[in-house]
Write a new protein. Structure first.
Length: 277
């Protein structure tokens, strides 16, 4: 339920820099007030806010990837606001409140760390702790199918890896990377054939199959495919930026150049990076 602040008390709280989480909760309550709140905030729903929640999580990851530590507090605050926003909408609907969210995650952390908060020994490897974590999660879920609980909203490559990990736990997995690489060659050949003979929908399906196997190769190599692709994106952006720099020095823009010139500049950027390492 909303906090029983008077108008004066509420105003004092929302303007108190030391108000902590209570300040943010009151700000969101005020924003969602049907009589005096913000029209945009009032009309939002869980579904309409979800894209912003995902975006804010990605912006946190982006700040970490760039080691932009001065930006991280603000990005984490934006993500925290999303949690508070969802909790306030749930409060408005009589479903649950922010304290229920805090209680649920706190209880979960205690239950999943019996080696810290219980009587189990801490004398175990990180791998054993991960196995114990998954065992406790499975017990919490109760009887379920192997792939149940892998969130649909995850980035596709991340979800592919999680699905494959679940299947691997029950023995549905190739014994080595050799079989995975062979499957990649097979799927690549099918894609090449498909582009000449199949519909766009069928080509899309074949391309998805190839990406799925690439995610499986990442899992076998213990590579995070999302992190690997983010790094490749950053490298491409960095090198193309150098192409633009050098073209600008010549009084040109990329649209004034051609593939041969830009490819030569790309190779120059590669050499420059190797020298700087």
């Amino acid at each position: 339920m909303p906090l029983p602040h008077s108008d004066d008390a509420s105003d004092q709280l929302v303007r108190d820099p030391a108000g902590g989480i209570d300040r943010l909760l009151e700000i969101m309550r005020r924003l969602r007030d049907p009589a005096t709140g913000c029209p945009w905030d009032i009309e939002q729903t869980f579904a309409s806010i979800t894209p912003y929640t995902i975006e804010e999580a990605h912006e946190v990851a982006d700040a970490i990837e760039r080691a932009a530590w001065d930006e991280l507090p603000g990005e984490l605050g934006d993500l925290l606001l999303q949690v508070v926003f969802h909790a306030q909408m749930a409060t408005d609907a009589g479903m649950f409140g922010f304290q229920d969210v805090v209680r649920a995650i706190s209880d979960k952390m205690l239950a999943r760390h019996p080696h810290v908060f219980g009587s189990e020994s801490r004398d175990k490897s990180a791998e054993q702790q991960t196995a114990d974590w998954e065992r406790i999660k499975a017990a919490e879920r109760g009887p379920a199918r192997v792939l149940d609980g892998v969130a649909l909203g995850l980035p596709a490559l991340t979800r592919a890896v999680k699905l494959q990990k679940r299947a691997a736990r029950v023995g549905f997995d190739w014994p080595s990377t050799d079989e995975v690489v062979a499957k990649i060659a097979e799927e690549t050949a099918e894609l090449v054939e498909a582009r000449e003979t199949l519909t766009h929908a069928e080509v899309t399906e074949e391309f998805g199959d190839l990406l799925f196997v690439m995610a499986n190769l990442a899992r076998h190599l213990k590579v995070d495919p999302e992190a690997a692709l983010r790094a490749a994106n950053a490298k491409f952006s960095r090198r193309f930026g150098r192409i633009e720099d050098w073209l600008a020095e010549a009084g040109k823009a990329p649209a004034d150049s051609d593939l041969a010139e830009m490819d030569a500049l790309w190779n120059r950027a590669k050499r420059e990076e190797k020298v700087s390492k």
